[in-house]
Write a protein that binds this ligand. Sequence first.
Ligand code: AMP
Length: 290
Amino acid sequence: MLICRTREEIQKTVNSVRSQNKETAVSLVPTMGYLHEGHLSLIREARKISDYVIVYIFVNRIQFNNQDDFKNYPSDEENDLILCRNAEVDAVYIPTEKDIFAYGEPFLKMSLPNLTKELCGKFRPGHFEGVLYIIAKMYNIIRPDAAVFGKKDYQQFIVIRRMTEELNFPVNVVGAETIREKSGLAMSSRNARLSEKAKEHAILIFRAIKIVEQQFKNGEENPIVLREIGADIIRSGSLNSVEYFELADPDTLELINQTVELQNRVSFLVSTAVHCDGVRLIDNYICSRK
Ligand code: AMP
């Protein structure tokens, strides 16, 4: 497994792989490190569709709207490299800040207001601009044929897919299913910051989503009622505070607020962000009628 720490190194690597065989399909798995089973599932998806898998690890300062969250973001490069090696990753790109922000603070700002006015976009100003900036940059540096993203960060997946299509990047954007703990809690690098007690409260997030789905299956079609049921279950954990708990269209991310909008649907997105004992956790899940 190659470890590249500069733009030149990763570009040389990709060029050399392609010069040996120009049909080689290259996949990119973007991460912020502190890898877990969720990231490894993206690597497996990438492996299915490509010959050469590149993981990049970069805690992207400009996508953090809260600098404490950035400073407290966990990291363990040594373990990340072991996991990547075991997962048979071909190359890992671990750039430095200087490598990525060679031109200083970005002048360029990309935004997709239609897709980011609600959900995380509403509560994390600048977050998706930072995400789009780094992904577009990585596309240009690495020139992958495909990039794999987790649907745990569902809004991020939709926003990146749209940016990729709209700017005609020749990249196949793949969404991978959320990997969960046995308890249902979505795996996240931030879970490492939860105490055992906090974890018990965090478990309520996915439990709430599944109860909302069950209520929908049982015939409840009022989105306000479903939203309140979900948010109340999460709030029953005293360490939890709900930032948002919304029902939305899975393609447009428009919020669903009216009963008529749910009546003819077979599925909808539940998206939620919760501060659990000071740690911001998100979950996204497509609820189905059947
Ligand atoms: P992060 O390192 O948290 O920025 O995540 C990097 C990528 O892994 C993103 O595409 C995430 O959506 C994805 N990811 C994070 N957690 C999970 C999970 N539990 N299941 C599937 N994908 C995940």
